[in-house]
Design a protein. Structure first.
Lengths: 454, 193
């Protein structure tokens, strides 16, 4: 099913769409407010972008440096070419220690690799410990956002869910109460876990260790209680050294939720006393993206979610309408690399307004990449003939000043048409939208006048 | 071996260029980094505390959260306090902890974070399992920003360290901010000379 079809289901619930839109816009506003307090903000983005460009073009050397230093620190390093090998590696570690209970903090990579179903099939209990992730795990759903995974749900739905799963009070959907119940439930899970899995926010090459950021403290509880820690990272998570780490940590939480930093920024640079630490470095298609000049910059992504929060299409269509583990602009840029046919509608799930590119802390040219994908998809024959024809006609009209003038005249005349002629089922743009009042005179006329009067 | 395969693929894919790392001579500074630190701490729901008020503070915690179920605490610093210290051998022992009082090594003004690193005399888990966290911090250790922090940091032979900015929190239920997710329900900082 394509994005537009699923999105139209989402917007059927007008209230929820409005709430969803406002909730995400609130995050965007918080990002703006806090970035305004940092005078060097734009400079910081520029530095972050330059660091990533440098890392991306020297990735193999940095990975080797990272590995050497990690091994020196006593960490066991594994490599996985794809999701399947990643899952098997995790399982082998767990099996070697007869582990049957695992806690996991947020990791988009393990979602990408479908680790949970794989381990569950082998009889291992995996508990997602981020509150939002636990909620969607109970519901057997994928996340709808990379930072706030249960943003598609209202508190009443979560209340009912907890009633069923955690025996909470009937009808009580107070966020404070629900969070407290989850705290008690998950503390038990932390205490009985035999291993902890985390994602990785940054892998510091010069130090041979990883940094994991959470607000809830779940990554630290999941790794500091059980004796085994498995950290799973995409190979693009490398930063050269601690000084560069500072740049990304200053950008991440501010861009994500408008916080100055996450509550916990934990540096795992070696195993705990009497413990074991593993790092799995995963490719899963990343080295291929690296070879594509127009798209490789997407490997700079630090998964802050800012482009998602600001995207007018995401805000009004919800994460599940994308059908890929990462939604929004960055998801739409990444997904077609994995399955062009399946995800062909995603590069079109954008107005190309460029807001994503403007907020991205590492300056990924997101809307340019979306446009590029449209080009690629067209070349490869993924575009419907009707759309192609429209594009062609538009192209002709926009190229000829006379034709454009005629078209503009007709566009203006829309105002005088009866409503039923404009807002009908064939005109999708008329859904929930009024055409704007056209300007009294066209730009061309106004320009001419202005020139004369000078 | 996947390792060689992955490294080979990267070598084939990457475009060689001479992009060097940018200089990092940036970072906000404050007229008074201690005041800035206090403001940042407040903004992340942390509290400032005078050393003399410690006893009252703990009473207030009891008032707010109900009697401390286990009046146990681990104090790594010699302070006047009404609590009973316990010994923690294994990481799981920390589950009985109500209040943990520890020392921080650096404060960071731009985000209210406090740095704690190994070696520590208690299990790492205690920092996160304790219901309430109180951190003593020397005023002179407060830095302006993360650049300053990482420039002076030395992680050699260090297995673990964490920056803590306020009590644990979540907004996963309808974007409502709730303090006290999995980690400590409160965080108070005592600035000392
Ligand atoms: S693409 Fe940029 S804005 Fe979007 S999640 Fe990644 S880093 Fe954040």
């Amino acid at each position: 099913m394509n994005h537009a079809v699923k999105a139209s289901k989402f917007i059927e619930d007008i209230e929820r769409t409005k709430w969803h839109n406002d909730a995400l816009w609130f995050l965007r506003q918080k990002r703006d407010r806090i970035s305004d307090t940092i005078p060097e903000w734009e400079d910081l983005r520029e530095k972050a972008s330059l660091i990533k460009d440098h890392v991306i073009s020297n990735l193999d050397e940095y990975l080797i440096e990272f590995e050497n230093n990690a091994i020196r620190n006593g960490i066991k390093v594994h490599w996985a070419i794809d999701g399947e090998e990643h899952n098997r590696t995790v399982y082998d570690i767990l099996k070697n220690h007869n582990v049957t209970k695992v806690v996991k903090s947020k990791s988009m990579l393990t979602e990408e690799c479908h680790l949970n179903p794989f381990l569950e099939e082998k009889g291992i209990e995996v508990v997602d410990t981020d509150l939002g992730e636990r909620i969607i795990q109970f519901r057997n759903e994928p996340p709808s956002h990379i930072v706030v995974p249960a943003i598609h749900l209202k508190k009443e739905e979560i209340g009912e869910l907890f009633e069923e799963k955690l025996n909470t009070e009937k009808g009580n959907s107070d966020p404070q109460y629900l969070t407290e119940e989850a705290r008690q439930h998950l503390r038990e899970k932390f205490l009985e876990a035999e291993a902890g899995i985390t994602g990785v926010n940054f892998a510091v090459a010069s130090e041979g260790g990883v940094v994991v950021c959470t607000n809830e403290g779940n990554a630290d509880l999941g790794t500091n209680l059980p004796p085994i820690h498995i950290a799973c990272m995409g190979l693009e998570k490398i930063v050269p050294g601690k000084e560069e780490l500072a740049v990304f940590l200053r950008l991440l939480a501010r861009s994500a939720t408008g916080q100055p930093i996450t509550t916990y920024t934990s540096h795992f640079f070696g195993p705990r006393k009497d413990g074991e630490m593993h790092i799995i470095i995963v490719d899963n298609g990343r080295s291929k993206i690296l070879g594509e000049e127009d798209f490789k910059k997407s490997l700079a992504c630090i998964r802050c979610g800012a482009c998602i929060n600001t995207c007018p299409i995401y805000r009004r269509s919800g994460g599940h309408s994308y059908g890929y583990v990462i939604p929004g602009p960055i998801g739409s840029v990444l997904a077609p690399h994995y399955n062009m046919k399946k995800h062909q509608s995603l590069p079109f799930a954008s107005t190309l307004c460029g807001s994503c590119t403007n907020v991205c802390p590492v300056k990924i040219d997101l809307h340019h990449q979306l446009l590029k994908w449209r080009e690629v998809l067209t070349q490869q024959g993924f575009i419907k003939p009707s759309k192609k024809l429209m594009m062609k006609l538009m192209g002709i009209a926009l190229n000829s000043s006379t034709l454009y003038g005629i078209a503009a005249f007709f566009a203006k005349s829309l105002r005088w048409m009866p409503r039923f002629m404009i807002y009908h089922s064939l005109n999708k743009w008329g859904n929930q939208r009024e055409i704007p009042e056209p300007a009294k005179e066209s730009f061309k006329t106004a320009f001419k006048k202005h020139k004369k009067s000078k | 071996m996947s390792r060689e395969e992955i490294l080979n693929r990267i070598k084939q894919s990457k475009t060689e260029n001479n992009l060097s790392l940018p200089s990092l001579d940036i970072g906000i500074t404050y007229d008074d980094s201690i005041i800035a630190f206090c403001e940042s701490l407040k903004s992340v729901a942390g509290e400032m505390l005078e050393e003399a008020d410690l006893e009252n503070y703990i009473k207030a915690l009891e008032h707010k959260y109900g009697a401390m179920k286990f009046l146990n605490t681990y104090v790594s610093k010699e302070i006047n306090n009404p609590l009973i210290p316990i010994q923690m051998e294994s990481p799981h022992d920390a589950k009985r902890l109500d209040i943990l009082v520890i020392e921080g090594l650096n404060g960071i003004a731009e985000n209210g974070a406090i740095w704690i690193e190994e070696p520590i005399l208690y299990p790492r888990s205690a920092i996160f399992l304790t219901q309430h966290l109180i951190i003593f911090l020397k005023k002179t250790t407060i830095l302006n920003n993360l650049h300053e922090f990482y420039q002076q940091a030395n992680f050699h032979e260090k297995n673990y360290g964490t920056l803590i900015s306020g009590p644990s929190k979540t907004a996963d239920v309808e974007q409502c901010l709730v303090i006290g997710a999995h980690g400590s329900r409160s965080l108070a900082v005592v600035l000392i000379d």
